[in-house]
Design a protein around this ligand. Structure first.
Ligand code: ADP
Ligand code: ZN
Length: 626
């Protein structure tokens, strides 16, 4: 396989839009006027029948890469996808623009499946979506051969690799495609990018000198913030307050937390629901649908929520706990702002989460069937991921740069203008060294035999049962930080732990202890910098201001309401009707004629025919029929 960097092979690359039919198809069906550079390369490879491996971060626009070629060449292509929900979303979105696409999956009745096979046999379909096991286990292969399928797109191709983060054994069967369809080209798509996984995909699918196209990992429209966690609920409410009425995903580690927090948010009047793998399938489905159709704004979820959520206008992804790797963080935050408009990603950080993860990892390794040496290896690998995540959260440096570099790409700018660090939002605590000295001497006074909570109770002067039982209300450090809330105090202790200025014993009941650096602080030979546990005010980013530039907010809201009604009437996800970017374009340009409406990005011929009158009515302030 070729080098892991983007290969734009000058000799073979006909350049974007070499084929005039591409531009025509784009504007006619999607209302788009240009392809992104990597899309142009991927589509050129597909049209040339050359295998490809396309690595594009979430939101990069992978789907267009396999949706455009069959329209241009009038072929029937096959897309392999791991999840029914993903297929359904895509087919819905394609049907909304009149694109002849269908899916074959186990959730359909035999009659429905027969109807799709008929359309396939009649050559009516441009795209057929199916799952790997269905593709290889039925007479489907014969039918595809009869129809003369020449192209296979493998979505979420990392699922074929054991080294990927989401291995699915059934993907291995796709290896037979090369033998069964020697003349067809195979195109692998994924958002994860380690070189090892890329090589594995190419080998397993037996790709023939594939065009290797690797996108930029940076997502400039996302603003990243890391906020020291103090009062979780209050912080979540405050951050959600910046996104009233907008789509938000709030991630928690445990199922219980999702339910508790969702109930709290609902009690505050937010349209929020929990989501986790422990809920029954019907309930999970109902929540997904409600989110897709915009009847709820907030999903409070474990990481089980995500794959298959194609809603492109998610404006906030909020992690209330530390994810276990930067890969996971990149993927989960990747669900924000897929429409390219500004969106926010906030991580509430406490190093307490690192300890929880570590003990979880040890527990699950111990419960596995691995031998001791393999368990060790597993724990070590996980610990490395965890520490990369933790370094990201702690470092007072540009988040965009840190993420890009982790994924092997240098970040070009000195300041991104879209993270808490570059925006100057992080505040340092005044008198941090003195505060640290108070904390450390309290750790010494309790004999280095107590946990974070107890130390903080003593510092705050709390007469809890534990404090009184040990006579710690008589210590000189009792009440030294009487003005702090418990959570704030604990946050400061965790910052000291993060910086290695304090140590903590392993195990289930960890106690905090002093180390060499602690003594340097106590002796006054080391200065300490601590962040203010309450974050500074979030500023507006340039990207956000640009996205709203000239947009009539009232009209935008009216358009959204109308879209919701249309979505409900049709039983389709709202964003498949029209995404936020298109709505903002309309609310900015206020088109007065069908021709002017066509000039709005996102409006193609089909949408003009379906919604033209309604939209033009809304623009002039009339009520529109759904
Ligand atoms: P991915 O599958 O890589 O996560 P999608 O295919 O869902 O990304 O595309 C992300 C968003 O970008 C969608 O809202 C899509 O409509 C938009 N998009 C993709 N390509 C273009 C383009 N060439 N011009 C304008 N918008 C585009
Ligand atoms: Zn930055």
């Amino acid at each position: 396989m070729s080098s892991p960097t983007a290969t734009r092979d000058a000799a073979e690359d006909p350049g974007p839009h070499a084929d005039p039919r591409i531009a025509e198809v784009l504007s006619r069906w999607w209302g788009f006027d240009t392809l992104r550079p990597l899309q142009a390369d991927a589509i050129a490879a597909a049209l040339a029948g050359r295998d490809s491996l396309v690595v594009m971060p979430t939101g990069g626009g992978k789907s267009l890469c396999y949706q455009v070629p069959p329209l241009v060449g009038e072929t029937t292509d096959v897309v392999v996808s791991p999840l029914v929900a993903l297929m359904k979303d895509q087919v819905d979105a394609l049907e909304a623009i009149g694109y002849p696409a269908a899916a074959l999956h186990g959730g359909m009745s035999p009659e429905e499946r027969a109807a799709v096979r008929d359309r396939l046999a009649a050559g009516e379909l441009r795209l057929l979506f199916t799952a790997p096991e269905r593709l290889v286990n039925t007479g489907l292969l014969d039918l595809l051969a009869r129809v003369g399928v020449k192209r296979f797109a493998i979505d979420e191709a990392h699922c074929i690799s054991q080294w990927g983060h989401d291995f699915r054994p059934e993907y291995r069967q796709l290896a037979l495609l090369r033998d069964r369809f020697p003349a067809a080209s195979i195109h692998a798509f994924t958002a994860t990018a380690t070189p090892r996984v890329r090589d594995d995909i190419a080998r397993q699918l037996a790709l023939r000198s594939p065009a290797t196209l690797i996108g930029t990992f940076d997502r400039p429209n996302l603003v990243y913030r890391v906020v020291p966690r103090a009062d979780r609920v209050a912080q979540v409410l405050k951050i959600l307050g910046r996104h009233r009425g907008e789509a938000s995903i709030v991630y928690c580690i445990s199922r219980k937390e999702t339910e508790r927090l969702a109930a709290r948010l609902a009690a505050e009047g937010l349209l929020a629901r929990p989501y986790h793998a422990g809920l029954d399938a019907r309930e999970r489905h109902a929540t997904q649908e409600a989110f897709a159709s915009e009847t709820i704004d907030v999903v409070v979820a474990t990481v089980a929520f995500g794959m298959g959520i194609d809603r492109s206008d998610v404006r906030l992804v909020l992690h209330t706990s530390l994810p276990k790797s930067l890969e996971a963080y990149q993927q989960e935050t990747g669900r924000a702002g897929r429409d390219g408009l500004a969106a926010e990603c906030v991580l509430l950080y406490s190093s307490a989460d690192v300890f929880s993860w570590e003990s979880l990892v040890r527990k699950s390794a111990a419960e596995s069937e691995l031998d001791a040496a393999e368990q060790e290896k597993l724990c070590a690998a996980q610990a490395e991921h965890l520490h990369a995540m933790r370094r990201y959260a702690q470092a007072a440096r540009c988040r965009h740069a840190a993420l890009s570099e982790y994924f092997g790409q240098a970040y070009p700018a000195a300041s991104c203008g879209a993270c808490d660090v570059c925006l100057g939002e992080t505040n340092s605590l005044p008198d941090a060294t003195v505060t640290a000295q108070k904390i450390l001497s309290c750790v010494a006074r309790v004999g280095e035999r107590f946990g974070v909570r107890h130390v903080c109770e003593v510092l705050r002067g709390a007469k809890t049962e534990g404090v009184l039982r040990h006579g710690h209300d008589r210590l000189s450090t009792f009440g030294l930080l009487v003005n702090l809330e418990q959570r704030t105090a604990e946050n400061l202790v965790h910052q000291l732990l993060d910086q290695g200025l304090l140590a903590r014993t392993p195990g289930d009941r960890p106690v905090v202890t002093l180390n060499d650096k602690s003594w340097e602080v106590l002796r006054g030979t080391r200065e300490v910098v601590l962040l203010e546990p309450r974050a500074g005010k979030a500023r507006t980013t340039q990207a956000d201001a640009d996205d709203w530039e000239g947009v009539d907010r009232d009209l935008f809201e009216r358009l959204r309401k109308w879209r919701r009604r249309v979505a409900e009437a049709r039983g389709k996800p709202a964003w498949t009707i029209l995404d936020d970017k298109a709505l903002r374009a309309i609310a900015r340009q206020k088109p007065a004629s069908p021709a002017a409406l066509l000039r709005c990005k996102g409006i193609g011929e089909k949408r003009l025919a379906d919604f033209g009158t309604a939209i033009l009515d809304l623009v002039v302030g009339k009520e529109a029929e759904p």
